[in-house]
Write a protein that binds this ligand. Structure first.
Ligand code: GLC
Length: 410
């Protein structure tokens, strides 16, 4: 008996000796954090010697970015595992562990090509795609039906017409989206810009935003608020969760948001459960539609120790495995980055739109790819927001964006 106790003690000491603690950042939008904690419990069963501490991040992607800049500038050894927006790969690549040789370990050939592009910088893999995002149109199926509309709007003009009619009759809001001054505003703006036939930078890297299409697109956003009055003036402070809460309470007919909203809108305590449809965003005047490509990847801090990096790889492999991606998609409504998951009947049952609108996810358009993307985004945020708050006209805003981007990208 005594021998057994000694043996146990020795074994525990060895286990403790070998155990490693790593830290990981995570967003907490919707059910994200809750679901991650469940996944970490499963991970703990597989790897009892790895302890993972979660560092929650603010909701705003822009604030998250600024936090990372502080970590990296100080050469911090924590966090070990970093949840990274698809737009940051080039900027943060110098601070991330190169995972190119782990291509097979992470089974990257199984992933959607667009997601792999988002983690590739100069031919090197700097992170592993965790979930993918695209802008979507959520609508109240029950209300559209009540007012005789069989289908969701095909064009932006149809959306305005339906939103006006239904919102006035029902005494609710027509259309909510993300208009605060942060990254989400850029995602929203680009969807109008692209669907109106405009572009920020062409293939040769030339700034081409100074166009009538860009002015019309921004004017359209302004008109949603002040002319058509289907979007409340308060939208200029809305991020994803603000729009989602209004829509979920049953106070809006349409909402632009990412896939994560689905699971929440259909949760048991949601007033709009079962009443919501999801469609691609409408066509612009030129007959084009566009969704901004979003999503988050998991990278490893280059300054972490060898043991922490090894543990981090195991954690990332686990979280991006087929089963865990499916678990995440079903419970927090975040789209898998593995192709095969879209053929899984369990996904179709939990989030039919993910399967039905696969082409929207595959064809979503990336934001401009440059190492100084954050500065470019900041310029767009500043002037688009200034137009939405009527500090300048749409035309002035676009001219200012063009001038500053020309300076920035020179
Ligand atoms: C979502 C997207 C991300 C984007 C952010 C903007 O989290 O996945 O790519 O930058 O929204 O708010």
């Amino acid at each position: 008996m005594k021998k057994l106790a000694t043996l146990l003690l020795v074994l525990t000491a060895i286990a403790v000796g070998f155990s490693v603690k790593i830290t990981m950042t995570s967003g907490g939008v919707g059910k994200e954090l809750e679901v991650l904690r469940e996944q970490l419990k499963m991970f703990k069963q597989l790897y009892p010697d790895i302890e993972v501490e979660v560092i929650p991040m603010p909701d705003s992607a822009t604030e998250r970015h600024d936090l990372y800049v502080t970590y990296f500038a100080a050469g911090e050894k924590d966090p070990d595992v970093l949840m990274l927006d698809v737009i940051w790969s080039a900027e943060f690549a110098p601070f991330l562990e190169d995972l190119t040789d782990d291509y097979d370990y992470f089974e990257l050939k199984e992933f959607l090509p667009g997601t792999i592009m988002s983690v590739t910088v100069n031919g090197r893999i700097v992170a592993i795609p965790w979930f993918t995002d695209a802008g979507l149109l959520y609508y109240r199926k029950d209300l559209l039906e009540k007012y005789g509309y069989k289908n969701p709007p095909r064009t932006w003009d149809e959306l305005v017409e339906m939103a006006k009619k239904i919102s006035q009759a029902e005494g609710i809001i027509g259309f909510v989206w993300q208009g605060a001054r942060y990254e989400g505003l850029v995602c929203n703006f680009l969807e109008y810009l692209w669907s109106f036939g405009g572009e920020v930078i062409d293939e040769k890297g030339k700034v081409v935003i100074d166009s009538s299409q860009a002015v019309q697109a921004l004017q359209f956003m302004v008109d949603l608020i002040y002319k058509h009055r289907i979007t409340p003036e308060g939208v200029v402070t809305y991020m994803e969760e603000d729009a989602r809460r209004v829509f979920q309470k049953g106070e809006a007919v349409f909402m632009r948001n990412w896939p994560y909203a689905w699971a929440l809108l259909n949760s048991d305590d949601s007033p709009v459960k079962g009443k919501v449809g999801v469609a691609p965003l409408p066509l612009g005047p030129g007959g084009r539609r566009a969704a901004t490509l979003g999503g988050w990847n998991l990278g490893i801090n280059k300054f972490s120790s060898k043991e922490e990096k090894e543990a981090a790889k195991k954690l990332i492999k686990f979280l991006t495995s087929y089963e865990q991606q499916l678990y995440k998609a079903i419970h927090s409504g975040q789209n898998p980055t593995r192709k095969a998951a879209y053929d899984d009947p369990k996904l179709k049952e939990a989030a039919p739109f993910m399967v039905e609108l696969l082409s929207v996810f595959v064809n979503a358009l990336p934001r401009p790819r440059t190492a100084n993307y954050s500065e470019l985004s900041d310029v767009i945020q500043k002037y688009v927001h200034a137009a939405l708050t009527r500090q300048m006209t749409a035309e002035q805003a676009i001219k200012n964006i063009a001038r500053e981007l020309n300076f920035l990208l020179k």
